[in-house]
Design a protein around this ligand. Structure first.
Ligand code: MG
Length: 381
């Protein structure tokens, strides 16, 4: 039995992971779960999966949960609780499905304990890729991507040598605004931006998909995971989201990984690797797929994607600035405070206004993250 600690158990990835645990009762059990606020769903999950410990970020909600469940399991609270539960050495795999920068600190604790990290939180690698990869090497921790594109590339690379890769081809759905013009983007609503054509996901990543920042973050994630120059990472729009990504080798041959879009497959692969478990829930019937189409992404319309390539080139802490500014900008958009097209403008302002520097350590990453959030927030005071 493999024991899982799921950070973010009431989000989309967390819920899908628990469905898999339900399907594979003989393979997996739950050591711990964490949530920000949703203790109603967490209570149901505790009843069903009997974790030894849970962590709730919101302290008031943590106290309420303690009252409800008594001493059925340990309840930790606050940001500290997230670190404490990760430091408990009672699990085999950390499923990190937190949203944003919050994923970084607990992931580092799990790496130090040499755990397998099933990484669904791409921001961890975006803000601190060099440090995280270095720590994984040092502690011999396994980092298995859950992001569907990176899972696809990871699977295509089994049995291959990195030296023989020509390029990685990341596919993108193009999001809900693929067919809107640049000027039409000015007045899109929150509801339109949240209406993703292919994937059901949390709000933050859905907005990131609409701006194509999600793909930008994934280019950065791929840069760190697969150790290629940015020229070696290409994005192609594939609206059907059935090819999850591809690898082209130096002989011109291309490998791809395909399936109907369902996050259960990349999650299951990260949990079962190097094995594959029998699973029939997601079936791909090519007779029912009318067409496969591909387009070049429009960098002029989706400025966020361009900014992501720029920060790889800039190096230093630029990706950390981009990520923090994006998190705040998305929050402002979701709160109705800014237009959709203001998101890349706020990010560009932050990249221009906050000095970049090289040689960052974890402390400076946290400092730059805080500084960038303050910088963007100040515009709204
Ligand atoms: Mg993805």
């Amino acid at each position: 039995m493999k024991k899982l600690l799921i950070l973010g158990s009431t989000g989309s990835i967390g819920i899908n992971t628990l469905e898999l645990v339900r399907t594979f009762r003989d393979e997996f059990e739950i050591a711990g779960l964490t949530v920000n606020n949703n203790i109603d769903l967490l209570e149901k999950q505790i009843n069903e999966f009997n974790p030894k410990a849970v962590a709730v970020k919101n302290r008031l909600k943590a106290a309420e949960l303690k009252n409800r469940i008594g001493n059925r399991c340990d309840v930790m609270e606050g940001e500290k609780g997230l670190i404490e539960i990760t430091k408990r050495d009672n699990y085999d795999i950390l499923v990190t499905a937190l949203v944003g920068f919050a994923g970084l600190a607990p992931t580092i604790e799990a790496i130090k304990l040499k755990k397998r990290i099933a990484l669904a939180n791409k921001e961890t690698l975006v803000v601190a890729g060099e440090i995280i990869i270095g720590l994984c090497d040092k502690y011999n921790a396994e980092l298995i991507p859950v992001d569907s594109e990176h899972s696809a590339i990871f699977q295509c690379l089994i049995g291959e040598s990195k030296k023989e890769i020509q390029k990685l081809i990341l596919t993108a759905s193009g999001g809900p605004f693929l067919n809107k013009s640049k000027s039409e983007l000015e007045n899109v609503t929150i509801a339109e931006a949240l209406n993703h054509p292919n994937w059901k996901m949390g709000n933050k990543i859905t907005i990131d998909s609409a701006t194509m920042m999600n793909k930008g973050l994934e280019v950065i994630e791929a840069f760190w995971l697969f150790d290629l120059p940015k020229e070696g990472i290409e994005v192609i729009v594939h609206p059907q989201s059935i090819i999850h990504s591809m690898v082209e080798f130096k002989d011109g041959s291309i490998k791809a990984q395909l399936s109907m879009p369902d996050m259960k497959l990349p999650i299951l692969y990260a949990l079962s690797f190097p094995k594959r478990y029998t699973f029939s829930e997601v079936q791909t019937d090519f007779k029912k797929i009318e067409q496969f189409t591909f387009f070049e992404p429009d960098f002029d319309k989706f400025v966020c994607l361009k900014l992501a390539y720029n920060v790889i080139k800039a190096g230093g802490v630029a990706a950390c600035i981009l990520n923090a500014a994006n998190e705040i900008a998305v929050e402002k958009f979701l709160n109705g405070l800014i237009k959709f097209t203001k998101i890349p403008e706020l990010i560009e302002d932050a990249l221009n206004g906050i000095p970049n520097h090289s040689g960052a350590n974890l402390e400076t990453i946290f400092e730059i993250d805080r500084k960038t959030r303050d910088f963007v927030n100040k515009k709204f005071n």
